[in-house]
Design a binder for this molecule. Structure first.
Ligand code: B4P
Length: 181
């Protein structure tokens, strides 16, 4: 599941994974859980997350490789928020081979809508990376580091684009349509 911060990746991935019956593996959720539990990884990741920067590749990649090796991922998984740059995409291929990802689903939403959604979530949930300055940095980091993955997956015919504007059920309907086609 690919898309800028606030595009609805976590929202749609959770529904889709439940519908298909595969685990939903969100690197953002895993990292937040490490921060909340004050693990070594959480302590190292916290400052990067609060600034809206990517957590260093070696930390996130080790976490993902470990998670994908667990039994419940043996018959498929939905990765949400990983890979987030070309180096992470390469690490995934190195660890599991070229066919590691069958499809990249890109949720497309314009920047102003993204900022509005995240500012609202910041007010409702108090997430420390959902303040306007940090959100703007997360969007810049996405454009610079994550957006090149769109071309990477498109050039190998594994990219599906979904319009991420609308209600959550409407967008979920589009996701299902794309997967069925
Ligand atoms: P993530 O947890 O992935 O955060 P995100 O990009 O904001 O996406 P999220 O899934 O939470 O939001 P969603 O779009 O569903 O990452 C957080 C941080 O972790 C990163 O900044 C980075 O520091 C670190 N990190 C994670 N993965 C990493 C990696 N691979 N490498 C390095 N660092 C990594 O939803 C946003 C909001 O919009 C929600 O409030 C939702 O309710 C709302 N919403 C969803 N759909 C909507 C709709 N259709 N209409 C209106 N609102 C909607």
């Amino acid at each position: 599941m690919l898309g800028p911060p606030g595009a609805g990746k976590g929202t749609q991935a959770e529904r889709l994974a439940r519908a298909i019956g595969i685990p939903h593996l969100s690197t953002g959720d895993m990292l937040r859980s490490n921060v909340a539990n004050n693990t070594d990884l959480g302590r190292q990741a916290k400052a990067f997350m609060e600034a809206g920067d990517l957590v260093p590749d070696e930390l996130v990649t080790a976490m993902v490789i470990d998670r994908l090796g667990q039994d419940d991922a043996a018959c498929g998984y939905l990765l949400d928020g990983y890979p987030r740059n070309p180096a992470q995409a390469g690490s995934l291929v190195d660890a599991f081979g070229e066919d590691v990802l069958e499809l990249a689903l890109l949720l497309e939403v314009d920047a102003e809508e993204l900022v509005q959604r995240l500012v609202l979530r910041g007010q409702e949930q108090g997430r420390s990376d959902d303040t306007e300055d940090v959100i703007r940095n997360r969007l810049a980091v996405y454009e610079e580091q994550t957006a090149p993955l769109v071309e990477y997956y498109e050039s190998s015919g594994r990219l599906a684009r979904v319009d991420g504007l609308g209600t959550i059920p409407e967008i979920f309907g589009r996701v299902i349509e794309v997967l069925a086609s």
